[in-house]
Design a protein around this ligand. Structure first.
Ligand SMILES: [Zn+2]
Length: 78
């Protein structure tokens, strides 16, 4: 298992997620992001806006995701 925080995954808080793969951890962070979005948490709304802005630029979100994936792969196992 590896651990990454919401912040490390492009979010806005220190909540940590644990998963075996990057896909799993991405899913956990997405779910958490949606919960925070529904609560109207401004810090998370802002983080989501930044991601949405990246989606407007060709290739930006892909390279950002690759960076997140590389950070996950570089982490030591818990
Ligand atoms: Zn968070």
């Amino acid at each position: 298992m590896k651990t990454m925080s919401c912040k490390q995954l492009g979010g806005a808080c220190e909540k940590s997620f644990q998963a075996e793969t990057f896909e799993e951890i991405e899913e956990l962070s997405k779910k958490h992001g949606m919960e925070m979005f529904q609560k109207g948490d401004t810090a998370h709304l802002k983080a989501m806006e930044e991601i949405r802005a990246m989606m407007q630029q060709p290739g930006a979100i892909q390279s950002w995701m690759e960076e997140r994936r590389a950070a996950f792969e570089a982490l030591p196992e818990d």
